[in-house]
Design a protein around this ligand. Structure first.
Ligand code: NAG
Ligand code: NAG
Ligand code: NAG
Ligand code: NAG
Ligand code: NAG
Ligand code: NAG
Ligand code: NAG
Ligand code: NAG
Length: 377
């Protein structure tokens, strides 16, 4: 590879990394860079001490403005906010300080983002610039866990045009899942068959481990990230009870290549292979299952269950090595099964014999008494 190609790759990689971490590379540590989550309170500081010469607070006239207009003023000790900041914004002196004034904006919205200029208005003359603070409004981030094969739902604001951007947790995959413009869904190519818009939510069905990662709702106009949902996928967990002699049907969840494992019902039973399924056919079945396994229409069938089949069945994706399903199976043993013999084999013929002897004996006693009593009475 030539040096030029290498350099290009580095540049491209950097661009992609930055694009994927739009919400991470904002530096919020400096006092002139304030970052808050949408809806939270923002506090912007203005230190006027250097420009004061012995004036009292009553003489102060502090203004905060943006390029769009006035935000809030402090005049003769009274604070009043303007425009969209009314009722939620004030200027107040920081407790324990003399010349630190705070602009407090409550219930921030994405449109509050931008540069804020603090100006000190003197009695005579123009206002003097004191400080500039850049305010960033960040979207909320939350975690969601969805079971393998189920549907992931994420709410989208219907008032603005947005797109949903996916960044994989395990690979370098990035893609737009969809765009929603004027309430119309435009799914990305890879999502066309799985994405659906329902009551302001995007529904993404048939979730697999490859869907794990973060989903950012991005305002198309401003490219602001409104919120981010981090999706993790967990294997299915099922508990079934089936009759002895019945069939067990396990859906292979459209896996191309799966490994099925069995653990017996007791605590320290070892895991053993049942079989593998490749592209819809059973491969490498264990000897004891050889005659009883079949795959039909994406479903593995284990026929003629016996009490020995009681335990846990684990379906693993051969591609990622993760458990897609853990099925705990209980076998209902039929009461008239062959092993209920033992006692009943002996009891069945013996009971009538004993009863007959007992009845005969009672009959004999009754008869003897009657015969013996009759002549005397
Ligand atoms: C906002 O303030 C105005 C007066 O400036 C008042 O009439 C109004 O009720 C307030 N709104 C709310 C939601 O507090
Ligand atoms: C902003 O919120 C704080 C805390 O909830 C409250 O004490 C303050 O009065 C609010 N300011 C305005 C101007 O609404
Ligand atoms: C989401 O999960 C990550 C990693 O597991 C954790 O660090 C973070 O605190 C979680 N966030 C929320 C909002 O639960
Ligand atoms: C995808 O999900 C839908 C609805 O949840 C379901 O009907 C369909 O069978 C699933 N497709 C596959 C291939 O699993
Ligand atoms: C499974 O196989 C089908 C075709 O045989 C292919 O289109 C698909 O990409 C495969 N899926 C995985 C996860 O390998
Ligand atoms: C299963 O199908 C995939 C793609 O269709 C193919 O690459 C693979 O070799 C097949 N595996 C078996 C065991 O037939
Ligand atoms: C295979 O399974 C699917 C969904 O489970 C079902 O819709 C379809 O009818 C089945 N095909 C056959 C041949 O039974
Ligand atoms: C089911 O298993 C029992 C015991 O292992 C066997 O006697 C019986 O023939 C089997 N039935 C079928 C239909 O395979």
């Amino acid at each position: 590879m030539t040096l030029r190609v290498c350099l290009w790759l580095v540049v491209l990689a950097t661009v992609f990394t930055l694009a994927g971490n739009q919400d991470n590379h904002v530096d919020c540590a400096e006092p002139w860079k304030v970052c808050v989550k949408e809806g939270d309170q923002a506090v912007l500081r203005c230190d006027v001490s250097a420009l004061m010469n012995g004036q009292s607070e009553d003489d102060l006239y502090i203004r905060w403005v943006t390029n769009k207009g006035e935000v809030c003023v402090l005049n003769e000790g009274k604070s009043s906010a303007d425009n969209g900041y009314r009722n939620r914004t004030e200027i107040a002196r920081e407790k324990g300080t003399e010349y630190q004034y705070l602009l407090i904006i409550n219930k921030t919205t994405f449109s509050d983002a931008g540069d804020y200029f603090c100006k000190l208005q003197k009695l005579k003359g123009r206002g003097e610039d004191v400080t500039t603070v850049h305010l960033t409004i960040q979207g909320h981030k939350n975690n969601v866990s969805v079971e393998f094969g189920k549907t992931f739902k994420i709410s989208l604001p219907m008032t603005e045009d947005v797109r949903l951007h996916f960044t994989s947790a395990s690979s370098s995959t990035q893609a737009d899942v969809c765009a929603v413009e004027q309430n119309t869904l435009r799914p990305g190519r890879a999502y066309a068959s799985r994405a659906e818009l329902r009551n302001g939510e995007l529904w993404l069905s048939n979730i697999t481990f490859a869907d794990e990662g973060s989903y950012s709702v991005i305002d198309v106009k401003t490219e602001n990230i409104r919120n981010t949902v981090v999706l993790s996928v967990r294997g299915q967990d099922k508990n079934w009870e089936l009759d002895e002699g019945g069939d067990l049907s396990i859906s292979l969840c459209s896996l191309n290549s799966s490994y099925i494992e069995f653990r017996g019902g007791t605590e320290n039973s070892a895991a053993e292979r049942v079989c593998e399924v490749e592209n819809g056919t059973v491969t490498h079945p264990a000897k004891e299952y050889l005659q009883r396994l079949a795959v039909w229409n994406g479903t593995l069938i284990l026929r003629n269950l016996t009490a020995k089949d009681h335990g846990k069945y684990i379906v693993r994706d051969q591609m990622g090595g993760r458990d897609v399903l853990t099925l705990t199976l209980k076998i209902k043993v039929k009461p008239q099964g062959t092993h209920t013999t033992g006692w009943s084999m002996i009891a069945l013929p013996v009971v009538p014999i004993v009863l007959t002897i007992l009845l005969a004996w009672i009959g004999k006693i009754v008869l003897e008494r009657c015969v013996w009593r009759t002549p005397t009475s």
